[in-house]
Design a protein around this ligand. Structure first.
Ligand code: 13P
Ligand code: SF4
Length: 343
């Protein structure tokens, strides 16, 4: 078993020096004790800082973590190391548990592009033209927006959810890039996109990916569907974050480029050390807001508790339940244009 220092040095040997890692080890021990004392579990998204992975009971993408949030058993406290809408999703599905987000700076600018009143107004405007309109909202939305939606989806099941909706006209909120990805895979429906985008994925340019492919011709390029369409067009596979990890593990290829937030490249480096991962990633300031110290304080002081009014929670829960019903909790294979088996 590699030591914590060895694992973290795989990610960044210049930052994770013995002087930096030693206090982290002590903090990790205190967090493990607090977890036991508080009967708490920690859910962490794949983009978190690598030291957070060490205390995660569940680690995954948005879909995996929403499913995990329903499987925490007798735990009384859920500490969510991710961003606000993810912690809200855990609370929507587990109203009886105390759900904590260790740092309130962990928001999401994509989720913030849509508000409940704005979605209500857009629905009314569009219903005159499209009486059968239904709303599918990406899980990267507030509880208020989920409550205005007929179903939720994540990056790994967006195509399946939209295809299975009763209506032929879908207002897709809030990511325009994921909306376009869905429209390409479900040509029989009209997709009306909200005009939001993720600032992290939108910064990544096709030129930067072409330059990497020219330098390393054998690499497999894995792209998150929140990227621009000219970037997705260069991908060997367009996948959710956990989809990328599974692909890299299962593939016979040795060299990869994960085109998404940098935390995913860190995770790949730790979990698949025998393969090579080049970087064309950007950092999400929201996903990196939570530190180990925040997690410790969160467990000590119940910081910061997620609350949702019951009417909104019920509405949002219906949209999440519809997603689970339509997909049976499974992943969307169409997110994978060229399957690993085809290589
Ligand atoms: P995943 O569901 O693919 O992990 O994506 C979450 C996210 O916020 C991407 O920016
Ligand atoms: Fe939001 Fe983009 Fe950050 Fe994901 S990567 S949390 S979508 S800002």
């Amino acid at each position: 078993m590699p030591t914590l220092l060895e694992k973290l040095q795989r990610v960044d040997p210049d930052y994770y020096t013995p002087e930096v890692v030693s206090p982290m080890e002590a903090c990790l021990e205190r967090i493990r004790d607090l977890k036991r004392a508080r009967n708490a579990v920690i859910l962490a998204h794949n983009y978190q800082r690598p030291e957070i992975f060490e205390v995660a009971d569940f680690l995954g993408d948005s879909l995996g973590l929403s499913l995990d949030a329903t499987r925490v058993g007798d735990a009384e406290v859920i500490v969510f190391c991710g961003v606000h809408f993810m912690a809200e999703t855990a609370k929507i599905l587990n109203p009886a548990k105390r759900v904590l987000l260790p740092n309130l700076a962990a928001g999401c600018s994509l989720a913030d592009t849509a508000t409940g009143p704005a979605v209500r107004a857009r629905k009314e405007e569009l219903r005159d033209l499209h009486p059968d309109l239904q709303v599918v909202s990406y899980v990267n939305t507030t509880a208020e927006v989920k409550a205005e939606s007929d179903a939720c989806c994540t990056s790994s099941n967006a195509v399946s959810v939209v295809r299975a909706m009763e209506s032929r006209t879908i207002l897709f909120i809030p990511d325009q890039n994921l909306a376009r990805h869905v429209a390409q895979h479900v040509p029989e429906k009209t997709i009306i996109a909200w005009d939001g985008y993720c600032y992290v994925h939108h910064q990544i340019t096709a030129d930067s990916i072409i330059a990497m492919r020219t330098q390393f011709p054998g690499i497999q390029i894995l792209v998150h569907p929140e990227c621009r369409d000219d970037v997705v067009a260069l991908a060997d596979a367009s996948l959710s974050t956990s989809g990328m990890v599974e692909f890299a593990k299962a593939s016979r290829a040795q060299e990869f480029l994960a085109v998404t937030e940098c935390g995913l490249s860190d995770l790949l480096q730790i979990q698949v050390p025998e393969k090579t991962f080049y970087r064309a990633c950007k950092i999400c300031r929201f996903m990196k807001a939570i530190s180990l110290e925040d997690v410790e304080e969160s467990l000590k002081q119940n910081r910061f508790e997620i609350t949702i009014d019951e009417t909104t929670r019920e509405g949002a829960k219906q949209a999440l339940t519809k997603m689970f019903e339509l997909t049976g909790g499974s992943r969307d294979n169409l997110a994978l244009p060229r399957s690993v088996a085809d290589e």
